[in-house]
Each structure stands twice: as structure tokens, then as C-alpha cells.
Design a protein around this ligand. Structure first.
Ligand code: SF4
Ligand code: SF4
Length: 126
């Protein structure tokens, strides 16, 4: 990720069209079947590194709905793969290229966000 969306989300869907990476899907389209909330695909999120702030958070009216998750890099491959196994994430599997894991498909991330804030899933402040 990346960022993730929490149960504070009110499913207004304002963030979806703002994402430059088409990483956000509505609750209806979420691949996470046990969670009826808007979902960020961690294998697509680029943390809006080319913008001053994450565009999803800029569009979001709900405090605490969008929070930091770990960088989508090889260092966190086990973290995301375990989450995928447990159903917290649903990471795309390509029929030929295999799973788009952090190791196979690392994404840019904001280096100024601390590991502590990511581990604690601190809100993304717009
Ligand atoms: S941080 Fe940027 S790339 Fe990631 S989900 Fe939000 S809008 Fe999309
Ligand atoms: S903008 Fe915020 S409240 Fe609305 S769907 Fe996105 S995360 Fe949820």
C-alpha cells in the first residue's frame, strides 16, 4: 500500500476517481468479501509520490478513514503475503507473471512517513 481504508469510511466514494493509480475500488467491487468497505489495492497504490499529498485523503471528508500502511517494497513482502493469505488483502495474481507481490512489483512510497506511523496506521492527514 501504501494507504488503507478503515471502518470509519462512509462509502461516499469521493476518493475513487481522484486516485491517479486506479487503486481504489468501491465496497461493491472490493475483492475482500468479509469487509463491506471501500478498498485500496496495495499492489497499485503509489502513495501519490508526485503530489504534495495523497489525493484520496485530500478528497475524503471522514477523519481516520484513510490511514498509512507499510511501503509496498521487498522489505515488506512477508507482511503483505501473510495479509493476502489471511484475506486482509487480495493481491492480483497474473496468469503468467504470478502474484504482484511487493518483491515482484515494488511501488514508490513516501520516505518521510515513519515506520512507527505506518505500523500504528496513523491517519493520512490532508
Ligand atoms: S495514496 Fe494516491 S495512489 Fe494511493 S490510493 Fe490514495 S490516491 Fe491512490
Ligand atoms: S473519500 Fe473517505 S469516506 Fe469517502 S469512500 Fe473514500 S475513504 Fe471512504
Amino acid at each position: 500500500m501504501a494507504v488503507m481504508i478503515t471502518e470509519s469510511c462512509i462509502s461516499c466514494n469521493s476518493c475513487i476517481d481522484e486516485c491517479p493509480a486506479t487503486a481504489i475500488v468501491s465496497a461493491d467491487e472490493s475483492p475482500i468479501k468479509f469487509d463491506d468497505i471501500v478498498y485500496v489495492k496495495p499492489e497499485k497504490c503509489i502513495e501519490c509520490v508526485d503530489s504534495t499529498m495523497p489525493k484520496c485523503a485530500d478528497a475524503c471528508p471522514t477523519e481516520g478513514a484513510i490511514v498509512w500502511d507499510m511501503p509496498y517494497t521487498e522489505l515488506y513482502d512477508d507482511y503483505y503475503m501473510q495479509g493476502h493469505e489471511e484475506g486482509r488483502y487480495n493481491i492480483r495474481v497474473h496468469p503468467k507473471k504470478g502474484i504482484f507481490s511487493p518483491k515482484n512489483n515494488p511501488k514508490p512510497f513516501r520516505e518521510n512517513i515513519s515506520t512507527e506511523d505506518r505500523t500504528a496506521h496513523q491517519p493520512v492527514i490532508a
